[in-house]
Design a protein around this ligand. Structure first.
Ligand SMILES: Cc1cc2nc3c(=O)[nH]c(=O)nc-3n(C[C@H](O)[C@H](O)[C@H](O)COP(=O)(O)OP(=O)(O)OC[C@H]3O[C@@H](n4cnc5c(N)ncnc54)[C@H](O)[C@@H]3O)c2cc1C
Length: 359
């Protein structure tokens, strides 16, 4: 008999989990309180920068890098496939990553060597970033990016084409403790039934599960981004001390972002706008006086050490969690989806699941 699965949350993690479940023959419904592939109240996936790389991987535990490495290797093929099957181009680009000082050059080069990531010590001026002419930088040519709103649109169309039910504008209520989950109620009082449920609700996952025995350590961490359209754009992603600029293929340039612990407040602020534009202008003085075309924010599912929970619920038999991907959910989503579906299907996981167990 076909297994019925309900996924709670239609961000990248929920959509990717749905894709994986359908490939393995399940009947899938995604429940999303807003609209999939849009941004209403701080959803993270639409808002993200789209760098398919964990910025400074040498600072993270192996369990973080295992997920990001496995996923990053799949993105080129995934984007081509999505474009072929849906007609939507997610703007996958191998734009490379220029890391500016200060950073731990010894740790960075050792990590790149150990992980077979091509890296070259170089002067920043080699990339025509004139303001940085004398700076010693590290060039990582194989780092890629996607355009998250387009990627989400492509995912959404793929899900529709593959008969996944998208139950939008539908919010599930926080769960009470129970032994087995046969039904889950919506805010409007409807009842959903399934053989298995998966929580992929990003920053909102803790609220959904706090009355059960899952000790999730997830809280919203706001990030703000500015969008420019310079006359002459960068060609590569540039990163300096927590700040990055991402050139898009159609001439736009993103500058961001922040890590703000402000609860579920998704509004953007003037103060941060000034702070980001000052950092952007320090790298590209020609941005001074240029209009900021858009300014947005997203609420990341923040977790200690950037470590997501990809696991069965500790006490509710048919409930699974795939959440808490913090700064790298766009990067981690494919490998994370495979792992949770392996666990749900009782298949031997290709990755060691123990670091991601539910606390
Ligand atoms: C500014 C910024 C820049 C970023 N840049 C990058 C980057 O360059 N690379 C990278 O890898 N990652 C990046 N990230 C992180 C990445 O965006 C997140 O880790 C990822 O999007 C998390 O995906 P998610 O599906 O878990 O969460 P979300 O996209 O937030 O999706 C969760 C969904 O659950 C829904 N939901 C919540 N509660 C309920 C409920 N009760 N019922 C129904 N639906 C519900 C929400 O509406 C939401 O749509 C960035 C994030 C931000 C904010």
């Amino acid at each position: 008999m076909t297994k019925k699965v309900v996924i709670v949350g239609g961000g990248i993690v929920g959509c990717m989990t749905a894709m994986e479940l359908v490939k393995r023959g399940c009947e899938v419904t995604i429940v999303e309180r807003n609209q999939i592939a849009s941004q209403t109240s701080g959803e993270s996936s639409w808002a993200g920068g789209g760098i398919i790389f964990p910025l400074l991987p040498w600072l993270y535990a192996d369990a973080v890098n295992v997920l990001t490495n496995h996923s990053a290797n799949t993105y080129r093929e995934l984007s081509v496939r999505l474009q072929y099957e849906t007609g939507i181009d997610a703007h996958f680009e191998q734009s490379g990553f220029l890391l500016l000082p200060t950073f731990d050059i010894a740790a960075a080069t050792a990590w790149c060597n150990n992980n077979q990531l091509p890296a070259e010590s170089i002067k920043a001026s080699a990339f025509a970033v004139q303001s940085l002419s004398g700076e010693d930088a590290l060039w990582l040519p194989t780092v890629c990016q996607i355009r998250p709103p387009y990627f989400m649109q492509a995912m959404r169309r793929w899900l529709e084409q593959n008969n996944i039910t998208l139950l939008e504008n539908t919010e599930l209520v926080p769960l009470q403790q129970t032994a087995v989950l046969n039904t889950w109620k919506t805010l409007k009082g409807d009842t959903l039934t399934a053989d298995q449920f998966v929580v992929t609700s990003g920053a909102w996952s803790f609220d959904l599960l706090k009355q059960t025995s899952a000790q999730l350590n997830i809280k919203p961490m706001r990030g703000q981004i500015l969008l420019y359209k310079p006359q002459k754009n960068l060609k590569q992603i540039v990163y300096r001390e927590g700040f990055y600029m991402i050139p898009r293929r159609d001439g736009y340039l993103l500058a961001g972002s922040t890590l703000e612990d402000v609860g579920f407040e998704a509004a953007v602020t003037r103060e941060v706008r000034d702070e980001i534009s000052a950092k952007a202008e320090a790298i590209m003085p020609e941005l001074k006086g240029m209009p900021i075309i858009k300014h947005w924010s997203g609420l990341r599912p923040g977790t200690p050490e950037n470590l997501p929970t990809i696991s069965a619920h500790p006490s509710i038999e048919n409930l699974y969690l795939n959440t808490g991907h913090f700064r790298y959910g766009l990067t981690m989503a494919p490998a994370s989806a495979k792992l949770i579906v392996d666990l749900m299907q009782g298949d031997k996981p290709t990755l060691d699941a123990s670091p991601y167990a539910c606390p």
